[in-house]
Design a protein around this ligand. Structure first.
Ligand SMILES: Cc1cc2nc3c(=O)[nH]c(=O)nc-3n(C[C@H](O)[C@H](O)[C@H](O)COP(=O)(O)O)c2cc1C
Ligand SMILES: CCCCC(=O)C(=O)O
Length: 347
């Protein structure tokens, strides 16, 4: 995996993947305005480094809820890793464990959460949940995640319906091929379909909090008023996310949404961010603007498709090296030293 940027890894992945699967991973809703905006917005922000600060040895580690990550770059929850590699989520988890970062296991994983945990002892796993209207079944999922050692529940709240993704529709990509299943949805002899539940509301957050003592992260918050409500309803953290542009198209880029959300709730809870993070400098910009950490979705899938566990390891190592380099060049010894003064919006 001698690839020198995430873009190169994506090019290899694209060659290897079935075009329908590549498009499922790469694509977004509608005209993909938000998909493009997420990356482009990072490019529009400039970094203004400080010099002669005698920064010395670098510290990139962060504490998040009950977990620690050696780098502030988490693996975002993404579905269907067996489409990219025969080891699927097992390979991703091993690479995340080796990189000492947190993997958020998708509820729509193609390897059951217990098997993901068993494949990567020592991995820091969080579990992503789409709350199912059958709350007893939802509770079964929560119990399984707890028993598998997951340390937080990441509840996705941007999906009262699935986004309309033209590329998927064009390929007719609706069902997993050849025996692949969402293994967390097994229920006796059958595999339940995942329901996107439009009736999900703030009330259910209370139900979930009674169900588990795991900290709850709300993923998919974009409005400052919702960030405030999340804090008021006992969320342990929020993740500013537009689902990588796969849900509502034309939502603003997450990095552009971050400052208002941090201003609203940054004192009350950790704010995570995902969407369009492709370089170490992107990570620095997000942390400088108040994110506690970021997560990457597609880059991990590209690593997996390009080179399995080693490919994911390569992606995470590239990002780590870039974060360290950018920190040093900004005159910071630690991610704690990053602040808004480092980021400029050129006219
Ligand atoms: C192929 C794919 C599958 C995804 N599956 C899920 C999922 O199962 N649950 C979820 O909460 N988010 C899911 N997401 C969204 C990611 O968690 C994340 O928000 C997004 O990918 C971040 O943007 P990025 O890909 O630009 O890094 C998925 C994203 C992709 C690309
Ligand atoms: C039913 C699985 C949904 C996965 C998902 O969240 C996505 O494709 O963005």
């Amino acid at each position: 995996m001698e690839r020198w940027s995430l873009r190169e890894v994506e090019a290899v992945a694209r060659e290897r993947l079935d075009p329908a699967h590549y498009d499922y991973f790469a694509g977004g809703a509608g005209d993909e305005v938000t998909v493009r905006a997420n990356e482009a917005a990072f490019g529009r922000l400039a970094l203004l480094p400080r010099v002669l600060r005698g920064a010395g040895k670098l510290e990139t580690g962060v504490r998040l809820l009950d977990s620690r990550a050696a780098v502030p770059v988490l693996v975002a929850p993404t579905a269907f890793h067996l489409l990219a590699d025969p080891e699927g989520e097992r390979a991703t988890a091993r690479a995340a464990a080796a990189a000492e970062t947190i993997m958020i296991v998708s509820m729509a994983s193609t390897v059951a959460v217990e098997d993901v945990a068993a494949a990567a002892p020592g991995a820091e796993l969080w579990f992503q949940l789409y709350v199912q209207p059958d709350l007893a079944f939802t509770e079964t999922l929560v119990r399984r995640a707890e028993a598998a050692g997951c340390k937080a529940l990441v509840v996705t709240v941007d999906s009262p319906a699935l986004g309309l993704r033209d590329r998927e529709l064009r390929h007719g990509f609706h069902d997993l091929p050849g025996g692949l299943r969402c293994e967390n949805l097994r229920d006796g002899d059958r595999v339940r379909p995942i329901v996107m539940w439009p009736e999900l509301s703030w009330e259910h957050l209370g139900t979930l909090r009674e169900m588990t003592s795991l900290p709850i992260v709300l993923k998919g918050v974009t409005h400052p008023a919702d960030a405030r409500l999340a804090a008021g309803h006992g969320a342990a953290a929020i993740m500013v996310s537009n689902h990588g542009g796969r849900q509502l198209d034309t939502v603003p880029a997450t990095i552009d949404l971050l400052p208002d959300i941090v201003a609203e709730v940054g004192d009350a809870l950790p704010v995570l961010l995902d969407g369009g993070v492709r370089r170490g400098t992107d990570v620095l910009k997000a942390l400088a603007l108040g994110a506690a950490a970021v997560a990457v979705g597609r880059p991990v899938l590209w690593g997996l498709a390009a080179g399995g566990e080693r490919g994911v390891a390569r992606v995470l190592a590239l990002l780590r090296a870039e974060v360290e380099n950018a920190l040093a060049l900004c005159g910071c010894a630690s991610v704690d030293e990053l602040g808004p003064a480092l980021v400029r919006r050129p006219c």
